[in-house]
Design a binder for this molecule. Structure first.
Ligand code: ZN
Length: 313
């Protein structure tokens, strides 16, 4: 198992830490991983509880204690439903701050599955953008996406065969240290992760990235260069969720974590909020008040159906 990961620079994850225990005692996971069956349909509440738990840890830029705590929280939640987690650390020089920074992606697989079994990737970024002068907690950018993935992971664990074909990835360093993501700054985690898949003999058939998927009045604008089969799967799922009007194609490509995966030969969909139209994007207004369970519910239903479709083959 570990040998299988070692060529991709992954080291086994530690088990439950004090933080996970603290959050469990606080009841943060009450709605997260142990919903009674009759409340299955209220999975949005679980996604919301995860979002709230992550936001409560405070700003989580790369290298921060809060980001470590976020990884610990995610790992502890996943372990409850049979996902094994691994950290993937690496160091990069970051031009805007003129320093070396150590980043850590978190990866999860179910039931001891191996790299060659993986057909679908599901990911989100866990860092929040670093601001020295503002308390930026990134509730929708992208704690809410992590919340949705944790709930999807819990559901998937009910079908171990399907879950064994999925790799979850939580990227560090999506955000730029300068103002905006550029080819030189940002996407640190996804570039590193995709670089490892690039060398792999058997690549996953598809990837799904979630980013800013829990804001009130959900408005998603997916990149113009989305692979056609993934666009079709997205629009079908949006129709079935009665939410087609909330999913529009952008006029241009978007620079986000899907780009390094597409470049590595893994067709990847980016379900991303229409950030350029949001006055609260990258401000302190991106807090828990921005998040709505109804929007989380739509994103859960849409992502869940796309996952099912991709795993049918
Ligand atoms: Zn952002």
């Amino acid at each position: 198992m570990c040998g299988n990961f070692s060529n991709r620079g992954i080291v086994p994850r530690y088990s439950f830490g004090w933080l996970a225990l603290f959050l469990l005692l606080q009841g943060c996971s009450k709605e997260g991983t142990s919903l009674p069956p009759e409340q299955e349909r209220t999975g949005a509440r679980a996604a919301y509880a995860h979002t709230r738990a992550i936001v409560s840890l405070g700003p989580r830029p790369p290298g921060s204690a809060a980001l470590n705590n976020t990884r610990e929280y995610i790992a502890s939640q996943l372990q409850v439903s049979g996902w094994e987690t691994f950290s993937q650390p690496f160091t990069k020089s970051v031009l805007p701050i003129g320093k070396q920074v150590t980043f850590t992606n978190l990866i999860a697989r179910h039931g001891g599955s191996t790299e060659s079994q993986i057909t679908v990737l599901l990911g989100a970024h866990i860092d929040s953008k670093y601001y020295p002068d503002r308390r930026f907690v990134g509730a929708d950018d992208a704690a809410s996406a992590v919340g949705v993935i944790l709930e999807l992971a819990r559901r998937m664990s009910n079908d171990p065969e399907k879950a064994s074909r999925v790799e979850l990835v939580f990227f560090d360093g999506e955000e730029a240290f300068g103002q905006n993501i550029s080819p030189q700054d940002g996407l640190y985690g996804s570039k590193h992760y995709a670089g490892n898949w690039r060398m792999s003999e058997k690549k996953p058939a598809a990837g799904i990235i979630l980013d800013m998927v829990g804001h009130r009045n959900l408005s998603i604008r997916y990149p113009s260069d989305t692979p056609p089969f993934l666009e079709q799967a997205l629009l079908k799922a949006a129709r079935n969720a009665d939410a087609e009007h909330r999913f529009k194609k952008a006029l241009n490509p978007i620079l986000d974590d899907h780009v390094p995966l597409n470049n590595a030969g893994i067709p990847t969909l980016d379900i991303i909020g229409d950030f350029s139209q949001f006055g609260w994007w990258h401000t302190e207004g991106d807090n828990l008040k921005r998040i709505s369970p109804e929007s989380l519910d739509i994103s859960l239903r849409v992502a869940s159906e796309i996952l099912d479709d991709l795993l049918k083959e």
